[in-house]
Design a protein around this ligand. Sequence first.
Ligand code: NAD
Length: 290
Amino acid sequence: MSAATHRSRRSILVGLIGSGIGGSLSPAMHEEEARQQGLAGVYRRIDLEALGLPPSALPDLLTAAERMGFDGLNITYPCKQAVIPLLDELSEDAQALGAVNTVRFQDGKRIGHNTDWSGFKRSFEQGLPGASLERVVQLGAGGAGAAVAHAALSLGAARLTLFDVDEARAASLAVELQRRFPAARVEAGGSLDSAMREATGLIHATPTGMAKLPGMPLPAELLHRALWVADVVYFPIRTALIEAAERIGCRTLTGGGMAVYQAVDAFRIFTGVEPDAERMFAHLQALLAQ
Ligand code: NAD
């Protein structure tokens, strides 16, 4: 690299705080897009598990990153809620969701955002255009579930029925979403069989189907051809659910789009530069195929 290039290259230093994030593809996605944009980008994993630290270390880690000149941080399990009291400002959607996955350090302030929901929304708009949101069933009411349900209702879902093995969790998310989206009908539980018979779409937001937790999150017989199926699991990209749905002719959306677009939105927040979403998508697919 010539001295002139070196001088003109803006640097970006970001990272991810979470537990068990050794396999995260975020460093590769962000660093490659930074390189493509002519930025010198470094994305560090700050893994509580690998460091042997409890989640209560979060305030110190945040302060350390800020003092060391990080431009921002992604935040993941188990810190997405715990980080909120440590921030100066929240975007409107992070406030509504009560969860932050992206923090920008700017002008002495820590500003929290949530790009999980916007990532799913964009992936859905792109991958399932025109899909009917009349009657949506969602499995999983955890962290990802809260974000994708918010996205589905923002996209105009008329009726959303949540199921979770932890029934209280599904019920409290339904109450919260109903308050936020009064024009829709949001409910929890009941009969999965009859909800699925009437459903126009299925969103899957439990960890079932991940490489370390293989299998189907519901009996395959409950799928039907008129249904679209959106998965949030993206490792592997083609889950048992996506394959079963495609076999019977459903329109499908893998979790890869959400993974990319949450990174696309975070990249923009960290750098102020518009990333090339298609390039980032192609890169993720290449990473997942390795
Ligand atoms: P979580 O632990 O917060 O929530 C999972 C929920 O699923 C829990 O409430 C649990 O009770 C419920 N559950 C588990 N098995 C179930 C079943 N068979 N039926 C009904 N409910 C069931 O986890 P999370 O952070 O929400 O993550 C869920 C999945 O989403 C993970 O696989 C994660 O990798 C994926 N994820 C993907 C993206 C993406 O960008 N594509 C982003 C975030 C999370």
